[in-house]
Design a protein around this ligand. Structure first.
Ligand SMILES: [Mg+2]
Length: 199
């Protein structure tokens, strides 16, 4: 399966970075029900309340972005992908400013970055399809990597292969073509598939 991959798309929070956003606290701050999608909660609000809630989320995302730390092996994986000619992308529901701060902190650049501005967001396939359109790449060559079910659903619906980052030993909580503990483990599998002797 990995031998056919030429494009790797990543979720950001909890996938390339160690998660720092406190989603339950954020939901409480904007009055969204526990477990609700924040994007959907925002869409359901009247305009004035929505603007205030968006300001709260924007601040929280920027504060989290300033505290960003890379997930295990994330930097090395992305650098290796670039050195081997893979196309790379970010598919996130965060605001663009927070994504820019995060990527600058990581010192990484990607061929395409899709943020909250893309509607409808994950778990719809649209952000993955938009990334592939901009890259001029086929879904069959793409791997969508994420730590949450919405990342995997979005990738699968777009026709891409999927990789779950479990952030621990597992077992996998969500169905994916591939499940790894950390980005460093995906890096090892790709190196093996493409037969490079070392990092
Ligand atoms: Mg995530």
């Amino acid at each position: 399966m990995l031998r056919r991959i030429a494009t790797v798309l990543f979720d950001l929070d909890g996938t390339l970075t160690v998660p720092v956003l406190d989603f339950p606290a954020l939901r409480r701050a904007i009055g969204a029900p526990p477990g609700a999608s924040i994007v959907h909660a925002l869409q359901a609000m009247p305009p004035d309340r929505r603007a205030a809630a968006e300001a709260v989320i924007r601040e929280a995302e920027l504060a989290a972005a300033r505290r960003t730390r890379p997930n295990r092996g994330a930097i090395e994986l992305v650098q290796w992908l670039h050195s081997r000619g893979f196309a790379t992308g970010i598919i996130t529901r965060n605001f663009r400013e927070a994504v820019d701060v995060t990527l600058a902190a990581l010192g990484l650049a990607f061929d395409v970055v899709i943020t909250r501005d893309c509607a409808p967001p994950k778990p719809a396939p649209d952000p993955v399809l938009e990334a592939l359109r901009r890259l001029g790449r086929e879904a069959a060559s793409a791997l969508m990597v994420g730590d949450y079910v919405d990342d995997l659903t979005s990738g699968r619906l777009a026709g891409a292969r999927t990789c779950l980052v479990m952030n621990g030993p597992g077992p996998a909580a969500f169905e994916a073509d591939l499940a790894v503990s950390y980005p460093e483990d995906l890096h090892a599998l790709l190196r093996k598939a493409f037969q490079t002797p070392s990092a």
